[in-house]
Structures are given as structure tokens and as C-alpha cells.
Design a protein. Structure first.
Length: 447
């Protein structure tokens, strides 16, 4: 059971702390409308590892939808004082903040007077606590009486030393060693998992590795904005001149991909067009192979796409690929693009990493170039595009719609806050008050 005990409630002893932040100390930004979430007395401070406005990852999908239920503050990480005062780093950009944000969703950006410091220790500690206080104060000003701290990396564990929250959550979406070979568990992360009130884990292998440390752990896989990827989209202009059959990958171009498979398939099948859509991530030694790929006449690298147009690309491929190397890092991932591909209805071929194994009835799994050829050839057959096959792929994707997954997260949070809050949530769902999620712009991201 995930709701087996009532979490401590510190709100009775807390006083609202006034937020006197000015623009150069820290700011909140919400250019969207101010409609109330379903539970406006509950607020979530999300401690995230990046500024708002970059490539959309699972936390963007979860937290924007969570703002249907609760006020959410996206607490951006503080920059170093050298970046803010001496200009040694990138400037603090405001342009990416002009997009429409969901109701109940606010950005908190620590300003130049609250930078990330290492020493002196007393000042670094005070500044860190002040950043947390100001983020919480944003929620207090919106009438939130109950505060949830939602951590997305273990290095935010110090925020739990605060007395200004009622529930703590930790969401695990990666193996943060990022090592292709198995590493010992990080003791700091293990302590955090044990310490928080609720854990969410996104892949089966990570659940096996880290799910037993806290009895309040819920498996929440990656999902899809089903309507966006299933609704018919016009063919993108840069695809129109690329001949069929199109064998496509849509996502980050990064070192976890098996570029040798791409290359071998392109060489062995010049009649196939291999299309890669997405920004280049870290490539390391694979950069030379990607350059070799790009030089082939039947390989097309189309670059990064905005999230509101990227959903059209899988629909206009003939086969979609999930071509990962198999190592001790990729066994822990859960590709965001899995359910995006399935929502398009197109056939999928992928590497048999752990998270894909349970979908072997709707995607072909391949370990070597001959199996990849066999899987792609089968996907190009008429049987793969029959209506019942397309419908089965889309049914699975619809079951993984982000709105449904985030409803489970919201339900879990309400349950962990006590029976009264759990009953309120149940009543809200019973009345059909849970509504659709507004569209928010962003750029392509994900595993």
C-alpha cells in the first residue's frame, strides 16, 4: 500500500514568511492566466537540475500537468557567483520565458544576490536556505497551506533540512552515474531514497535496483502526449523530398545510440532512407561515426525540432527505430519516444533493452544487423500496417498518456498527505473535475 501512514504535518507550527525578493534577488514568472488548480491549498516546489525553456524531459511533462492539481513552482538551480557577477557563464535569458505557462505553474529564478556558493560555509548555507524560503513563499502568497518538496536529483537533498514542507518526494528518471558499466549505488542517493516520504521510479530496471529502499515507491513509466502524436499531422516540409521507405529515429543524437547499426543498415540497403530527427547531444568518440553517416547519400540528419511540430515526424516515417547500444546504462532507461512512436501507429524496431522487453508483442526487437534487417523488412510489409496492428499500438500508447500517469502521481501525493486529502481527491475524480492539460511550447528532448 502506498498510503499506509499519515505524514507529519508541520503547517500548524509554521508562519508565513514574507517574500521581499526584488528582481535582482529572485523572481517568479507566470505569464499565463491565474486559474486555480483543483487543490489550490497544496503547493509543490520542484527542485530541478536545469532552467526552464530547454529540451522537454519527463519532468517538464509531469510538472506542467501536476499544476492542474496543485500550485507548482519550478525552482531553477542557482548559478555560480562568477556567472552572475563576472559574466563568465551564459547570460540569464528571459526570452524563453515568454511562452504561455499552464495555470498554477510558476518559475522561480534565483537572482544575482542568491548565487550558488561553496565558501564560506556559513554564507553558502544561508544563501541556499534563503533560496528555498523564497520558493516556498511564492506558494504561500498563492494561499498554499500544505507544501510538497519534489526533488529530481539527489544533490538537492539538503533542502530537506528545512522545516517548511509537509511531504517530500524523489523522482528517479535515470541512472545518474551515466556509466556504461555497472557502478556501486551512490550512498547519498540511497540515503535520500530512504529519507523522503515518497519515491517515483520510471523504469523496471531502476525499480529493481532502487525500489526496495523505501516502502512508499511507485513505478511511473514515461508517457506520451497521446492526442498530439496520434492526431493526423501534415507532412513536414523537410521530409517531403526524402524518398520512401523512410526508416526514422526521432530524438537526441547521442552516444547511447548504436550508430554502427545505422551505418550498416544504410550501406546494406541503399534503397532505404535513414532519417534522424533531433539535436546533437554529447557524442564523444561517436562524433566521427555520425559524420560518416551524414555523408552517405541515403542518410538524412534534419536537426532539432520544436515539440509542437516534432509529433508529425513519426507519422510520416515507414518504420520508427529505437537503436540503443546494450550496456549497463541503457538497461536503466525508459525511452520517451517509445509511446510517441506507438501513438503514431507506425511499426517500431528496437534494441531489447530492459524497458522494451515487455513490449515485444507490438515492437520488433533486434540484437544484430541481420535481426534489424528482418525486423525492418517485416515492418515494411502490408501486415504491419493493418488496422488492427495500428490500433493495438495506439491503445498501448493511450494507456501511457501523460495525463493519466500524472493523475496517479497526484493521487499518490494526496494519499500520502492523509485520508482527508485522499478523500478530496477521490471526490474530485468521481465528479469528473480532472480536465485536459493545456498545450505548452518547448523543444524536442528525452532519451
Amino acid at each position: 500500500m502506498f498510503f499506509s501512514h499519515t505524514v507529519r504535518n508541520k503547517s500548524d507550527s509554521k508562519r508565513m514568511m514574507p517574500d521581499t525578493a526584488s528582481q535582482n534577488v529572485g523572481q517568479s514568472i507566470n505569464p499565463g492566466d491565474q486559474s486555480s488548480p483543483l487543490f489550490p491549498d497544496i503547493g509543490v516546489v520542484a527542485f530541478v537540475p536545469e532552467e526552464w525553456g530547454g529540451p522537454w524531459m519527463s519532468r517538464h511533462q509531469v510538472l506542467t500537468r501536476l499544476s492542474q492539481y496543485f500550485h507548482v513552482v519550478w525552482a531553477e538551480p542557482a548559478r555560480g557567483w562568477r556567472d552572475l557577477w563576472l559574466g563568465n557563464g551564459k547570460t540569464v535569458k528571459q526570452s524563453h520565458r515568454q511562452e504561455s505557462l499552464p495555470p498554477g505553474f510558476t518559475l522561480y529564478q534565483p537572482g544575482k544576490w542568491l548565487p550558488h556558493l561553496y565558501r564560506p560555509a556559513f554564507l553558502a548555507s544561508w544563501v541556499a536556505k534563503e533560496r528555498v524560503r523564497r520558493a516556498v513563499a511564492l506558494l504561500r502568497r498563492r494561499g498554499c497551506k500544505t507544501i510538497v518538496f519534489y526533488l529530481w536529483r539527489s544533490n538537492f537533498d539538503s533542502v530537506l533540512d528545512s522545516d517548511s514542507y509537509d511531504l517530500s518526494c524523489y523522482h528517479i528518471v535515470d541512472e545518474y552515474s551515466f556509466s556504461p558499466s555497472e557502478q556501486p549505488l551512490d550512498s547519498r542517493e540511497v540515503q535520500l531514497i530512504k529519507r523522503v516520504d515518497q519515491v517515483f521510479i520510471h523504469s523496471p530496471a531502476l525499480l529493481d535496483r532502487k525500489g526496495h529502499f523505501n516502502p512508499h515507491t511507485l513505478f511511473v513509466p514515461n508517457g506520451v502526449n497521446y492526442q498530439a502524436f496520434a492526431a493526423s499531422q501534415a507532412e513536414p516540409a523537410d521530409l517531403r523530398e526524402i524518398p520512401h521507405p523512410r526508416i526514422g529515429y526521432v530524438g537526441h543524437i547521442k552516444t547511447q545510440l548504436d550508430f554502427q547499426i545505422f551505418y550498416d543498415l544504410a550501406i546494406r540497403h541503399p534503397e532505404w532512407s535513414l532519417v534522424l530527427v533531433g539535436p546533437r547531444g554529447f557524442l564523444g568518440a561517436d562524433a566521427a561515426m555520425v559524420d560518416r553517416l551524414a555523408a552517405l547519400p541515403n542518410v538524412y540528419l534534419l536537426g532539432s525540432k520544436a515539440v509542437d511540430v516534432v509529433c508529425a515526424y513519426p507519422q510520416h516515417m515507414d518504420v520508427c527505430l529505437l537503436p540503443y547500444v546494450m550496456d549497463d546504462y541503457t538497461k536503466y532507461i525508459y525511452p520517451l519516444k517509445l509511446h510517441e512512436y506507438l501513438a503514431s501507429g507506425k511499426p517500431v524496431v528496437g534494441t531489447p533493452i530492459r524497458s522494451l522487453e515487455s513490449f515485444g508483442h507490438v515492437i520488433a526487437l533486434a540484437r544484430n544487423v541481420r535481426e534489424w534487417e528482418k525486423g525492418i523488412c517485416a515492418a515494411l510489409s502490408s501486415a504491419a500496417t493493418q488496422a488492427d496492428s495500428v490500433e493495438e499500438r495506439r491503445r498501448i500508447a493511450k494507456d501511457h498518456d501523460w495525463s493519466a500517469l500524472v493523475q496517479r502521481i497526484a493521487q499518490t501525493i494526496c494519499g500520502r498527505l492523509g485520508q482527508d486529502t485522499a478523500d478530496r481527491f477521490a471526490g474530485t475524480v468521481e465528479k469528473g473535475l480532472v480536465h485536459g492539460h493545456p498545450t505548452v511550447s518547448g523543444t524536442l528532448g528525452g532519451s
